[in-house]
Design a protein around this ligand. Structure first.
Ligand code: CMX
Length: 133
């Protein structure tokens, strides 16, 4: 049911600066996308089967802006690629995990996503992500 680590989301203040760092590390930006509902601009860098997503806030009230204000830049979430997100959400809910979106929403790259609250996972914000490959 869980296929892979779909991506790691990294909170950055400035996308251009972060891209320079990551391209210097040897990765390549495949696309840049704005996701207005999440109030972010994302740079997607493919790494084998997974991706790094650099996430820059486009609004001071976004989750990413609040994260940076409180904890600084760095790893914001880990996303698990799942086959049937609704089934997985039902299963986690039954087991008592706290889901942030009760219904899947659209994330970067047209994926269907929800999040599991870090208070349920020992301090890691976890995303569930279903995408057509
Ligand atoms: N990882 C780990 N812990 C986190 C966290 C993160 N990314 N973000 C917040 N926390 C911690 C806070 O530090 C706080 O801990 P303490 O109580 O020990 O201080 C705790 O979680 C709860 O914080 P909160 O005040 O209840 O909630 P926040 O306003 O900080 O919001 C969260 C946290 C996870 C509910 C919110 O960020 C959220 O709804 N996230 C889902 C949406 C999202 O992250 N969108 C951006 C990415 C979109 C994308 O990639 O497409």
């Amino acid at each position: 049911m869980i296929k892979k680590i779909d991506h790691i989301g990294i909170a950055v203040k400035n996308l251009d600066d972060a891209i320079k760092i990551w391209e210097g590390l040897g990765l390549k930006v495949d696309e840049i996308e704005e996701v207005p509902r999440e109030k972010i601009r994302a740079a997607i860098l493919h790494v084998g089967e997974s991706r790094i997503e650099l996430l820059e806030p486009t609004d001071e009230n976004s989750a990413i802006a609040k994260f940076i204000a409180k904890r600084g830049e760095g790893i914001h979430h880990i996303a698990l690629g799942v086959e049937n997100i609704e089934e997985h959400m039902r299963d986690l809910k039954e087991k008592g995990y706290r889901l942030i979106y009760e219904e899947p929403k659209e994330g970067a790259g047209g994926a269907r996503i929800t999040f599991v609250h870090p208070k349920s996972t020992g301090g890691i914000l976890l995303e569930l992500c279903e995408r057509e490959e």
